[in-house]
Design a protein around this ligand. Structure first.
Ligand SMILES: CCCCCCC/C=C/C(=O)SCCNC(=O)CCNC(=O)[C@H](O)C(C)(C)COP(=O)(O)OP(=O)(O)OC[C@H]1O[C@@H](n2cnc3c(N)ncnc32)[C@H](O)[C@@H]1OP(=O)(O)O
Length: 720
């Protein structure tokens, strides 16, 4: 709703819908009524609109867009039209965020003032829609077409200082926002408002070429997403048509998008991220009843690619960090990497040179473990070797304060075995970052059987603080993310053995919307890494993995990647892998006939008959293999809800948000179809354990429950 009060001759309208004052039906009606009251009241000379609590408004209530429901009237435009027509000045007093419809309300006001920490923006593209309450028409009239294109197609939040420079804010105020709003409104009473009404402003002439160029840019930058292109169409209408006609055009484009599958998927992804943040442990402890410990200082062990990246996340979030490496040369190399990454961020305008410098000032590089004595939390990021990690944790247990939390960045090792090296098993937890750690948003936090709720709360809070998306998972071989990756990678190799080229497989995945195909990703990570992991695991388990091996314990294996490694093709780092890169370090991936010969030779050796494989089969086999594993992970309670898996794939592996995530995708395919296809593959490929259908999937496929209700079935049927 909206509260209406008066301070002398000033009407104060408060948007009131905690926590973010989303513009629900009640708020829109309240705002419309309040504006009417203020305009009709002879004693009122001016009007201030502000938001209750910390935010002005996060925009339209996204839940109202769900399930194809039509927005009930009054719409934002109906509610705010009165402001346009008012002869009394209307001032938006912005604290916190004014996003989407929130900013649109502010653009109907004659003036906008904000606090120094306020943010404005049109993030609609990120949920698959466009600013449909005049945003694409009014912003260009206020800040020009080019800046509007940038803001609306990126959805980025603009901080107060920039908003002031762009002309979105008229003033930045430092005292109480309501008091300042009232003061400002009084100061503009009597001034001519004609030029303050944005719909009346002339729009600059822009050549159609600007839009042609922007369409090409947006298609490349936001590949596969339709909303940014619709935003461009709406902005172009603002240039080409009179205001009323272009508003109509904006509405039509909005209506088209709001009913699209992409919008549904992106809005699911928005809420999935928030659902996933509400973690729970099998003990019943959860994000509501556990409190994080303060992390004022941190330590990172290992200045390799991962360690340096993690340290960078910490220092750029203002957390003083000790970076320990046993070898001075490696330490210096790590620091150089960090400095290079910071320079990159400055060049990309993600931070200022001053901020980069400030971050480096709170880094303490060291070759001495004792320097970790006083830190609140340590993240170990040395290479994957259980004995080494246990040795480090035993050492840390002695050096660090008793309350210090000890995290491991292992991607596969047993958290409990690492914790056993300490006398504080409740304070040991996995914090699995994804490469490059400074860039990738996923932080897979792994609890062991003794990890306390307080420890989990601390690493979940730390994740958000360092701008990651933290997801909580239980411990198992490779954890949730990499465990799901395994059947995906395996199927890709089988497909190549059976007749698809690596380049066809990658093309299919990239056409689907993955940022890179599986084989390009392998080249980027380095083929030797998997090779070493496979060999170490085989040694541990007493398995023969010579290149002639075709089956291990009745399970089909394909060692084609290892054949490449033994030929010196390690990926980008050696200039050749599945692709040819010309020379080491170069990024342009060129399909290589030599690789096709290697595959040919491999298939001849094992008498594998090659056949034509359709794009549809490639996509289905790769995706259903990982989806089946996802259901098993859910079934085993490694994650507590399907949203966790979707968030992992979106932020860890770049699954396109407009496809919602693998579990959402399965939901859209209808689970009975997913189950049937997996059963078919199981029959056709009996030597691949990953095709054994998940029991949970089998049960869910009988119910036709939507994804939002799966968790209740899982919880009510713990015995599957
Ligand atoms: C035919 C009619 C034409 C109609 C045209 C309408 C045109 C306008 C469209 C829009 O405005 S679409 C909405 C655009 N706005 C956004 O996308 C902003 C989304 N929100 C955020 O980015 C963040 O929530 C925030 C505002 C930056 C705050 O972040 P913070 O980390 O502080 O809190 P959260 O955990 O994210 O959110 C708290 C709580 O609030 C829920 N929520 C947030 N925004 C909305 C929203 N716009 N609608 C509904 N609910 C929202 C969020 O889900 C959290 O709730 P829980 O999940 O914890 O229950």
């Amino acid at each position: 709703m909206a509260n209406y009060t008066k301070r002398d001759e000033v009407a104060v309208i408060e948007l009131n819908n905690p926590p973010v004052n989303a513009l629900s039906f009640e708020v829109r009606s309240g705002l419309q009524n309040a504006l009417k009251s203020a305009i009709d009241d002879q004693d009122v000379k001016c009007i201030v609109i502000h938001g209750k609590g910390k935010n002005f408004s996060a925009g339209a209530d996204i839940k109202e867009f769900g399930a194809g429901t039509k927005q009930q009237k009054p719409w934002i435009t109906d509610a705010c039209r009165l402001a346009d027509e008012s002869s009394k000045p209307v001032v938006a007093a912005i604290a916190g965020t004014a996003l989407g419809g929130g900013l649109e309300v502010a653009l109907f006001c004659h003036y906008r003032i904000g606090t120094p920490s306020c943010r404005v923006g049109f993030p609609e593209v990120q949920i698959g829609i466009l600013p449909g309450a005049g945003g694409t028409q009014r912003l260009p009239r206020l800040i020009g077409v080019n800046s509007s294109i940038d803001m609306i197609t990126s959805g980025r939040h603009v901080m107060a200082e920039e908003a002031m420079k762009l002309g979105i804010l008229d003033k930045i105020v430092t005292e109480d926002i309501i008091e300042e709003g009232v003061k400002f409104a009084k100061s503009v009473v009597g001034l001519d408002l004609a030029h303050r009404i944005l719909k009346n402003r002339k729009i600059e002439a822009v050549s159609p070429k600007v839009f042609d160029d922007e369409i090409s840019r947006v298609k490349k930058k936001y590949k596969g997403y339709i909303a940014p292109l619709f935003c461009l169409k709406a902005i172009q209408a603002s240039v080409q048509l009179p205001y009323d006609a272009s508003m109509e055009q904006e509405l039509q484009l909005f209506q088209h998008l709001v009913g699209s599958n992409q919008a549904k998927a992106q809005q699911y992804a928005f809420f999935a991220e928030r659902t996933s943040a509400r973690w729970q442990l099998p003990t019943g402890a959860n994000s509501q009843n556990a409190s994080p410990l303060p992390v004022k200082t941190a330590g990172v062990i290992g200045a390799g690619t991962m360690g340096a990246g993690i340290a960078l996340c910490l220092i750029t979030s203002g957390i003083p960090t000790v970076l320990v490496e046993q070898d001075q040369k490696f330490l210096e190399k790590g620091i150089k990497t960090m400095e290079g990454d910071l320079r990159g961020s400055v060049a990309l305008k993600k931070m200022t040179a001053e901020q980069a410098k400030k971050a480096m000032l709170i880094l303490k590089p060291s070759v001495n473990f004792e320097d970790l004595h006083d830190v609140d939390l340590v993240i170990e990021a040395v290479y994957e070797n259980l004995a080494l990690k246990k040795e480090i944790f035993a050492k840390l247990d002695k050096i660090c304060q008793p309350q210090t939390i000890l995290c491991t960045n292992t991607s596969s090792l047993d958290i409990d075995m690492i914790a056993e090296a300490t006398k504080r098993m409740d304070k040991v937890v996995g914090t699995h970052f994804f490469a490059p750690a400074y860039i990738m948003k996923l932080q897979e936090n792994v609890y062991g059987k003794n990890t306390s709720a307080e420890t989990v709360a601390t690493v979940m809070a730390l994740g958000r603080r360092i701008r990651k998306v933290p997801v909580l998972v239980g411990t198992c071989e490779s954890f949730a993310a990499n465990r799901m990756l395994h059947p995906y990678v395996t199927e890709a190799l089988y497909l190549v053995e059976e007749g698809a080229s690596p380049y066809e497989v990658d093309q299919v995945l990239e056409d689907f919307g993955m940022p890179m195909g599986m084989f390009r990703v392998s080249d980027l990570s380095g083929l030797d890494i998997g090779y070493k992991v496979r060999r170490e695991a085989a040694k541990r388990q007493g398995i023969d993995l010579t290149l002639g091996t075709r089956f291990v314990n009745g399970e089909r294996v394909c060692l084609l990647a290892d054949v490449l490694v033994e030929k010196g093709r390690l990926g980008i780092k050696s200039g050749k892998g599945w692709y040819n890169y010309g020379s080491p370090g170069k990024k342009e991936a060129i399909p290589d006939p030599e690789v096709l010969d290697i595959i040919e030779e491999h298939c001849r050796k094992f008498g594998i008959k090659k056949q034509k494989i359709s794009s549809q089969e490639i996509l289905e086999r790769m995706q259903l293999a990982l989806i089946n594993e996802g259901f098993r992970i859910l079934e085993e309670g490694i994650v507590s809800k399907p949203e966790d898996i979707d968030v992992i794939w979106i932020y860890g592996f770049g699954w396109p948000k407009y496809m919602g995530g693998p579990m959402f995708y399965a939901n859209e395919m209808k689970l009975k179809n997913v189950y049937r296809k997996i059963c078919d593959f199981h029959q056709k490929y009996p030597f691949s354990i990953h095709w054994t259908p998940s029991k949970l999937l089998a049960r869910l496929s009988e119910t036709d429950l939507p994804i939002s209700n799966w968790t209740s079935l899982i919880n009510s049927n713990s015995k599957l």
